[in-house]
Design a protein around this ligand. Structure first.
Ligand code: ATP
Ligand code: MG
Length: 660
């Protein structure tokens, strides 16, 4: 990677400092002073009595119409929080802020993709009005408490409005990523048995208005969806089915602007959301209200350090859990200003994200390693053109972040002034559970950090016994009871799968994440990838995360995936798929890559074979699908690849193998 001395160094505040000895970082004095929490004692205090801790948090963070009778109850693998408590998510995101005098504060900044179109600012008061009106619209369409409402919308304000409106009347939303096909939408609408669908006629992607309604029409065919509400996002021909389809703006015209919030039970469901499908068929993860909101609130406050003067931008699509918790509930619960962007990161050019940060003075920026690697590949000259001095905190989520990507982000976006908090979590956990807190640190490249206060995350061996922090092999990442309040309460319509998937490996008292991990030190955890992807080579356990980290340390490698194949003598052996930058495939590069692996891990980890590819198969949320690579290598059935973002990559790989 080229030197970064052409990057404008900012004279503004410094939020992070490098450790004198190690390759780790600490919050600066300035950050410690500003942060919502900077006293490390919180960890110990919370774990002494997690139930009491979460009770205090729920009380302090949220407004309850009625306080709960009992804080926690479990009959593993089932558990409940705040039993008997009455609450409403939209009241907590809106009404209470307006009552507290924050009605004029900007709740949402919406940046459309077309550069000639104006952005939209919605104050809390305006958002509140829209939500109330749409809640009344839903009621008029016959939606009742407990009904499922499908939401198939792009990143436009109507998506947050629709979600909060569902929450207001106690309906359960199920958001489906707008870039999913009609068939993928249909599968989810059928599974959730949705009654109403909210969609848009279009959205902009790379300058084109895409015909989203056409997909929605395929999606609702053959389901129990009775009514479809359509946002008019672009002026394109849209077919509307009489009696079934209604324009959003027409229904809103006459809707009353107040709707009494439904006082739901804490354990009533707030939403269903399907997982990314990296490992197979997506699971309909079920989240309840009070516990989820408690965790969304406190992780927003402490992990993202959201404050009154912040502009928070989470680039995740609303179709993923990251979008739910940090591009809707979390920022609104904490009365923060949230920014969302409709379009592609490369429209009109690769500077778009950085121009948005500059223009709207974003202070906290949250994205995924896959995006960072892509920006790194495009070159540091893009961010270098912009003033990014408003930033004070960076964050990532989705996959283990390799050292190279971490450093690129740190230097080129944070300009060595901002901490990076690597947030580990899952659709199932509802909110981030392992991460460094900005006021406490440390920030360690490739290490997610510490379990959030009050969350009992551990690493265990194959027998389920907790491993010592000095154990270098690592093990399985699990959660012990009392389970965190924001955890899933089930798999929609399939409680057997809930038990089987999460609570069978180590018994019903232990939630199994399916991820492998090891301790970096006494407190900090490094997530090393999915357990399914872990390999055992000549008796040594190797994780994809570590191997990929070693390979991407080669200056010409932007991205790579490692998968194991069976080996007669060693048991298993790693195969690497590598995407290059500024270089042509060659035997020399292969040798250099192998040398990197030997240097960083050891000779056992040497990849048996290295394939150079243009791109890696990824899910629509941008995660590498190693499973597909493995099946291709072993000539097996590819299984469910409905969630694949780039099917062309599979074709390219097939060709590659047929040449062998
Ligand atoms: P499926 O469960 O359907 O296979 P998925 O696991 O990709 O899909 P998500 O819930 O979106 O669905 O992703 C959670 C997973 O992403 C985690 O279990 C972990 O493997 C990975 N992950 C998320 N954040 C991080 C992180 N900061 N570091 C390492 N891995 C992460
Ligand atoms: Mg998963």
């Amino acid at each position: 990677m080229k030197k970064t001395n052409n990057v404008k160094k900012s004279k503004t505040k410094i939020w992070v400092v490098k450790d004198k000895e190690k390759d780790i970082y600490w919050p600066s004095k300035e950050m410690k002073k500003k942060a919502n929490i900077s006293d490390e004692k919180i960890y110990e205090e919370a774990l002494k009595d997690p139930i009491a801790f979460w009770a205090k948090m729920a009380e302090e963070g949220l407004y309850w119409f009625k306080k709960w009778d009992k804080t926690y109850e479990e009959n593993p693998p089932f558990f409940k929080w705040f039993i008997g408590g009455k609450i409403n998510a939209s009241y907590n995101c809106l009404d209470r802020h307006i009552k507290a005098g924050k009605g004029q504060k900007t709740a949402l900044i919406w940046v459309p993709e077309p550069t000639e179109e104006k952005e939209r600012f919605l104050t809390y008061e305006e958002l509140y009005k829209e939500v109330n009106k749409f809640a009344n619209v839903l009621k008029s369409l016959g939606v009742k408490k407990g009904d499922r409402v499908g939401i198939y919308l792009p990143m436009i304000p109507e998506v947050q409005i629709a979600m909060l409106a569902c929450a207001r009347i106690g309906a359960i939303h199920s958001v489906v990523f707008s870039a999913f096909s009609g068939e993928s939408l249909k599968a989810r609408l059928i599974d959730a048995n949705a009654k109403v669908l909210i969609t848009a006629n279009s959205y902009y992607r790379r300058g084109k208005a895409l015909p989203l309604k056409q997909n929605a029409d395929i999606g609702v065919e053959g389901t129990n969806v009775e009514k479809v509400v359509v946002v008019k996002r672009a002026d394109i021909d849209t077919s509307m089915k009489e009696g079934r389809d209604f324009w959003w703006h027409e229904l809103m015209k006459n809707a009353k602007d107040y709707c009494e919030p439904e006082q739901v039970e804490s354990e009533d469901l707030l939403f269903i959301l399907y997982t990314s499908g990296t490992t197979g068929k997506p699971k309909g993860i079920v989240h309840e209200t009070g516990g989820y909101l408690t965790q969304a609130y406190w992780t927003s406050k402490w992990t993202f350090d959201m404050q009154d003067d912040d502009i928070f931008w989470c680039t995740a699509d609303i179709g993923w859990v990251t979008g739910h918790t940090y591009a809707c509930y979390g920022p609104f619960l904490t009365a923060t200003t949230l920014l969302i962007y409709e379009g592609a990161p490369d429209y009109p050019d690769w500077g778009r994200f950085w121009s948005i940060i500059e223009k709207y003075k974003v202070t906290i920026f949250y994205t995924a390693p896959t995006a960072i690697r892509m920006f790194a590949k495009m070159g540091e000259e893009w961010p270098a053109k912009y003033d990014l001095s408003s930033l004070r905190l960076l964050a990532t989520v989705g996959e283990p972040i390799n050292h190279e990507a971490w450093m690129w982000y740190f230097k080129n976006i944070g300009r060595e002034r901002c901490p990076i908090t690597d947030t580990w979590w899952q659709t199932e956990t509802g909110a981030t559970l392992i991460n460094a807190l900005p006021g406490i640190g440390p920030f360690i490249p490739t290490v997610a950090g510490r379990p959030f206060p009050g969350v009992n995350m551990k690493i265990v061996d194959e027998q389920g016994k907790e491993i010592n922090w000095e154990n270098e092999e690592g093990g399985y990442l699990i959660q012990k009871s009392p389970f965190a309040p924001g955890m899933l309460r089930g798999v929609w319509g399939d409680m057997e799968r809930y038990k089987q998937q999460y609570f069978s490996e180590f018994g019903p008292n232990v939630y199994f994440t399916s991820d492998g991990a090891k301790y970096y030190d006494k407190n900090n955890i490094r997530v090393t990838g999915r357990v399914d992807d872990t390999m055992k080579v000549a008796g040594h356990r190797l994780s994809t995360g570590e191997l990929e980290d070693a390979i991407t340390s080669h200056k010409n490698v932007t991205e790579c995936a490692v998968v194991p194949i069976p080996h007669e003598i060693k048991g298993q052996t790693p195969i690497a798929f590598v995407v290059l930058k500024d270089a042509q495939p060659s035997e020399d590069i292969k040798k250099e890559i192998v040398a990197k692996v030997v240097e960083k891990i050891g000779p056992t980890a040497k990849p048996e074979q290295i394939y150079f590819v243009n791109e890696l198969p990824k899910t629509r949320s941008g995660k590498i699908m190693r499973r597909v690579l493995k099946s291709l290598l072993l000539n097996e059935d590819l299984g469910n690849i409905m969630t694949l973002q780039n099917p062309e990559s599979v074709e390219q790989l097939k060709k590659l193998f047929s040449q062998k």
